[in-house]
Design a protein around this ligand. Sequence first.
Ligand SMILES: Cc1ncc(COP(=O)(O)O)c(C=O)c1O
Length: 301
Amino acid sequence: VVICAGFSHGLAILCEVLRQRGAAELAVEECGLAAHRDIVTGAGLRLVNLPVGDDGAQTAQLSGTSAGAALLTPAHQFPLGMPLAAKRRADAVAWAAATGGTVIEDDYDGEYRYDRQPLGAMQSLAPEHVVYAGTASKALAPGLRLGWLAVPASLMAEVVSTRTLTQRAPSTLDQLTLAEFINAGGYDRHVRRSRIAYRRRRDLLAAALREQVPSAAVSGVAAGLHMVVTLPTGQQETEAVASAARRGLAVQGLGPYSFQGSRPPALVVGYGTPPQHAFTGAVARLCAALADREATVPDQG
Ligand SMILES: Cc1ncc(COP(=O)(O)O)c(C=O)c1O
């Protein structure tokens, strides 16, 4: 395992290694983070968009591309929220095995799975072709800048030397502190406790939306710290984002995460950030923003 300064750093290292090995293109899910795309193109690789369906990224299409690698969020597509179906996982692994391609498995919120058995990592299907990437950004804090890559043996030496060249390895003290937290059982306890707390938040938010804005639809809720709220017919994303902002809420439209194809207007709503005492009020204000009326629930617990 190679420790890096969060997933973004790990991605930059991997793109550099893959480019040096001769890759010219990297496949990404058509919906995702602009920052990750910028890292890929910044490393000199071209992007190939993979459409995302109800069963996740359409990985069967990889074999029709000249991509040398694919960046996927198999456990919980970001931001749409569906898991990558077993068939699609198998397609990706078969493509990697046939072409010598590399899959980068971005498991950014794997600790937070609520309604189904934990999904196995794709990496276990083909450890020689899949880099598993984890991060402390969701379970602990993004400011820590700590992540980890489980790297195929054949890429290890290049990944380590490229990390050294980037001069951005996280501080040894931070690494040792996290190691001690994990070894002493604190990390597990924290994840178990916070999973219950986030699950309650998710339930509260989804129930409030269903009751107060029945024409909105929630999806992607089985895991993670965010959900997608498809807007009532006729509402535009920019209006909904502005209406939420007027009520003191920072939410984003789905648009800035969509790079190909068209999807119905929706919000990507994170529910991990508000402090506990402000959560009920934030939910009420979001419902009010979507129903375009005043919030009626006071700011408490
Ligand atoms: C899709 C996705 N991948 C990875 C990460 C984590 O990135 P980092 O470890 O660089 O903070 C995030 C955000 O936390 C994310 O939304």
